[in-house]
Design a protein around this ligand. Sequence first.
Ligand SMILES: [Zn+2]
Length: 100
Amino acid sequence: MKCPQCKSEMESRIFDIGYGIKVNSLHCRKCKFNITENKRLKNAMSALRQRMSKDVKVVRIGTGLGIRFPNDIVKSYDLKKGEALTIKPEADGMKLVASR
Ligand SMILES: [Zn+2]
């Protein structure tokens, strides 16, 4: 397939998005344009979500409540002590987003 931007020949590449999940895509060496099938990316993201989901308990911290992040979550999201996170409402619960 030819690159839609610069018309060079595109090469097939496999991207490792982590946790052993790989996504096929087409890559242009010349202009770095990248095409990843939406369906494949969606499947990969849902596999990643399943593999990454963790059960945590709400614990008492001082006079309030908190949750402890498992170490592999701390590492993979590079969380730091004192870092600000935003809680966003979702249809089935909430989402934590780093404010960096
Ligand atoms: Zn190109």
